[in-house]
Design a protein around this ligand. Structure first.
Ligand SMILES: NC(=O)c1ccc[n+]([C@@H]2O[C@H](COP(=O)([O-])OP(=O)(O)OC[C@H]3O[C@@H](n4cnc5c(N)ncnc54)[C@H](OP(=O)(O)O)[C@@H]3O)[C@@H](O)[C@H]2O)c1
Length: 320
């Protein structure tokens, strides 16, 4: 089978297409013929081995798992003898959090992984798109912020994958949503449901009078200290980028009842229930996939280059 193999840490060119052996499912696994995957900033970080923590966890000189990619959608080709809930032909969405491997024609996943059947009215690309960003936004807004109807939420970086699904999910939970993006993406963010849109190239929301119950920095560009005075008295600041300073602020603010800083490794907190919930919302049209660009598998290095511009809107999809 084809696989995009990462031969070392480095620039996008370290990823090369190779022929590798097709995997066979263990007794508790299903074999998926991959139809769509996604590329995001975390894939670029793993490819570069930066931050250094990645090398500590996944190999100092070269990556332990040579084929990257976490979110994937495809068709079940074979199931292990103990698998109960999937059968060949099922269209599935899954996350390979432990050992990656989505950028290959086939991937085996344990049945108990975050893995669900895709509703008939969604494409593979839509399913993987909604999962990329949607799962993270769900964990931050529903589980960490405990977002409630009528609350005022500001989504910073509202045009990225996490941000655009955060806007839609916040509306789903009945919040009043302000999206922050550049002017070029204003109509996209408004179409996703934002009540207000702020162009950060012209206006700094931290200098305005309006206060928010929740500020979700989906792109990790604004700090808790900068946002603090535009939070309500019990307001929560959340960020996808866990800097050491924010972790310390999180520990300190958790001791008091006032304004709080929260970070989370949402990618490691996913499960079947979250994916089912996202698929249900998408199937009903309450969550719409926002796909910016598509690249064929062999052009994965080009997809990495585009993601690294930090200008992508919603998802970048890999086609098989
Ligand atoms: N903690 C976790 O578990 C977790 C999980 C998933 C992702 N993440 C992290 O979350 C971050 C966002 O991921 P993503 O996939 O949503 O990113 P992304 O789609 O690559 O973000 C691109 C978007 O960022 C916006 N942007 C760039 N610079 C900006 C700035 N200075 N101010 C405001 N917006 C800016 C761009 O909008 P404009 O062109 O309009 O500026 C663009 O639409 C990444 O750092 C990723 O590693 C963390």
């Amino acid at each position: 089978m084809r696989a995009m193999v990462q031969i070392s840490y480095g620039s996008p060119e370290v990823i090369v297409m190779q022929e590798v052996a097709k995997p066979s499912p263990e007794s508790d696994e299903i074999l998926i013929r991959v139809q769509a995957a996604k590329v995001g900033p975390s894939d670029c970080a793993f490819r570069k081995g930066n931050p250094f923590m990645i090398k500590l966890l996944y190999g100092l000189s070269k990556p332990k798992y040579a084929v990257g990619g976490t979110e994937l959608a495809g068709v079940v080709e074979e199931v292990g003898k103990d698998v109960q809930h999937f059968k060949p032909g099922d269209r599935v969405l899954g996350m390979s959090v432990k050992n990656f491997g989505a950028f290959a024609d086939y991937k085996c996943l344990p049945e108990k992984s975050p893995l669900v059947v895709i509703p008939d009215n969604l494409t593979y690309e839509e399913a993987v798109g909604v999962c990329d960003g949607g799962a993270t936004a769900l964990t931050f807004l529903r589980d960490k912020a405990k977002l409630r109807k009528g609350q005022k939420v500001l989504i910073y970086g509202a045009s990225g994958a996490v941000g655009i699904y955060a806007v839609q999910l916040a509306k789903h939970y009945g919040a009043e949503v302000t999206g922050v993006c550049s002017g070029a993406n204003e109509s996209m963010v408004r179409n996703a449901g934002a009540d207000f849109v702020i162009d950060y190239t012209h206006e700094d929301f931290t200098k305005a009078d309006k206060a928010y119950d929740v500020i979700f920095d989906a792109v990790g560009k604004r700090s808790f200290p900068a946002c603090k005075h535009v939070l309500t008295a019990r307001g929560i600041y959340l960020t996808t980028e866990p800097q050491l300073s924010t972790l310390l602020q999180m520990m300190r603010t958790s001791l008091f009842k006032g304004k709080r800083a929260v970070v989370a490794t949402a990618g490691l907190m996913q499960n079947k229930a979250n994916l089912s919930f996202l698929m249900e919302l998408a199937s009903k049209g309450s969550l719409n996939a926002v796909i910016d660009r598509r690249y064929p598998l062999e052009s994965l290095p080009d997809a990495h280059k585009y993601v690294e511009t930090e200008r992508k809107k919603g998802n970048v999809i890999i086609q098989f």
